[in-house]
Structures are given as C-alpha cells and as structure tokens.
Design a protein around this ligand. Sequence first.
Ligand SMILES: [Zn+2]
Length: 76
Amino acid sequence: MSYPPADDRLRHLIAQELNPHVDSWKFAFWLATGLMNNSEIREELERIVTAHANNEPCGDRNCKSCWRAHFATPAP
Ligand SMILES: [Zn+2]
C-alpha cells in the first residue's frame, strides 16, 4: 500500500506538515482531522479550486500558482 493512502491523502499531508511542530503524531493527526472537518476551510478550498479551474486568480496571497501567473504575465 502506498503512503499517504489515496483515500486519505490530504489529511496525512496536513498531519505531516504539523508533526514537527507538535509533541506527537497523534496530536498532529487530530489537528489535521479538525481541519478536514471544518466546513469553512473546505468551502474555501472549493472556491480556490473553482477559480483556478476557470483560469481566474483565487485572490489568496499564499497561492503560489497565482503568484507565479502574476509574474509570468508581461506588463501592458
Ligand atoms: Zn490561486
């Protein structure tokens, strides 16, 4: 079986990112579960994905793909 598991990939990726900053993997995984179950976070992810799918900037200042696209566009 591959890691992270295909059907739980996002939660494992988030937990991996949190893990070095907390005392235990169990706590990192608990935090990641909370993020995964937060409907506002899920809606925001959906909004960003939809904007990108429509080739529109998502407007999030942390979005690396929009940041790159901004600088890839020649100034008028
Ligand atoms: Zn974006």
